[in-house]
Write a protein that binds this ligand. Structure first.
Ligand SMILES: [Zn+2]
Length: 335
């Protein structure tokens, strides 16, 4: 009954599944770039060259950790460093990438739960020899890659951010430290959550379901911060400034709580390192988390009174593309 576009499948692959390192994101960017250049048969050397280029760009200044385990680095970080230090020529670096970097990622890019419809959807491969890009991949690239590129970049940033939080000894960049000191403990800069939330919200407004232009993104507390007194991620969403102002500090209608619960379950299902934060705040099982959130909702209703904000008149959860598609894809492929 529900039809998913190739782009939906692509997004699901990028957003969900194991992300213990940034390889999948880099491969996503590599595939888009190769397809944009009209390639169909890609030699292992071309693949290695493009993959290396992605990491060279990413690691060129203020490099962030590319995987979760402290005091280790990925094969790609090592190769880029050796090349920068002049210990590997460009050709040697490309050879190294081809021989050592693709261990799992080429085989596992399209692994997602038990859903077999992803297998071989965007490329087939002869490991160590070539990659063949499919028509499905070319089709999504022809349509528009800006949004897909931005999502990959945002996802890459949020993984790096999560990894650096996990790596206790990772030195905060000066910028981050400055923001932290300026804002103190009370008033945290919530804009750092934007890339993370964008990944799970498909860049649409939580309240009206319409796309959000890049210069109008607001991080909003679904249950008012004045009541909850915290900035936990389970209560944060992205919205238009207009919708944000409309809602103000009022209590949202219950359909938004259902959407928030589903959004939080998506984060947990995706295995993002921050899922632990949500589990710690809300509970270990979906049922526990739902009733915890409902308790919070009840408290807020007691304090603010039952003066609901029902949301934008045109909004209906059943027609919200994010709600309808992404959640369903994930839930169906996870059992
Ligand atoms: Zn809106």
């Amino acid at each position: 009954m529900m039809a998913f576009t190739d782009k939906d499948y692509w997004k699901a692959l990028i957003l969900f599944g194991l992300n213990q390192a940034t390889y999948k994101i880099a491969l996503g960017k590599t595939l888009l770039s190769l397809a944009e250049h009209g390639q169909t048969r890609v030699t292992w050397e071309q693949l290695s060259t493009e993959f290396l280029l992605q990491y060279q760009q990413r690691l060129s200044h203020d490099p962030m950790p590319q995987q979760a385990t402290p005091s280790r680095q990925t094969v790609m970080e090592r190769i880029v460093k050796l090349h920068l230090a002049g210990k590997l020529s460009l050709d040697q670096a490309i050879q190294e990438v081809g021989a050592n970097a693709f261990g799992d990622v080429i085989r596992r890019f399209d692994n997602l739960g038990n859903d077999e419809s992803f297998k071989g959807k965007f490329y087939r491969f002869d490991f160590g020899k070539e990659l063949i890009l499919t028509d499905d991949l070319h089709r999504i690239v022809e349509a528009d890659t800006t949004e897909l590129e931005e999502e990959l970049d945002a996802r890459w940033s949020l993984l790096e951010g999560a990894f650096s939080i996990q790596q206790e000894n990772f030195v905060l960049s000066n910028d981050l430290r400055l923001t932290y000191l300026e804002n103190g403990y009370k008033r945290k800069n919530l804009t750092s959550n934007i890339p993370f939330l964008q990944g799970y919200q498909g860049n649409t407004c939580f309240y009206c379901g319409e796309p959000i232009p890049p210069d109008d993104i607001h991080v909003d507390h679904v249950l008012p911060r004045q009541v909850l007194q915290h900035d936990e991620i389970w209560n944060l969403v992205l919205s238009h400034s207009f919708c944000n102002t409309q809602k103000s500090d009022r209590l949202v209608g219950e359909h938004y709580m259902r959407k928030l619960i589903a959004r939080n379950e998506n984060i947990i299902g995706s295995n993002h390192p921050w899922k632990r934060r949500i589990i710690a705040s809300l509970g270990k099982t979906p049922d526990a988390r739902r009733s915890c959130l409902e308790r919070h909702y009840g408290k807020v209703r007691m304090i603010l009174g039952p003066h609901y904000w029902g949301g934008s008149l045109s909004y209906s959860p059943e027609h919200d593309p994010f709600y309808r598609r992404m959640i369903t894809v994930l839930n169906n492929s996870r059992r």
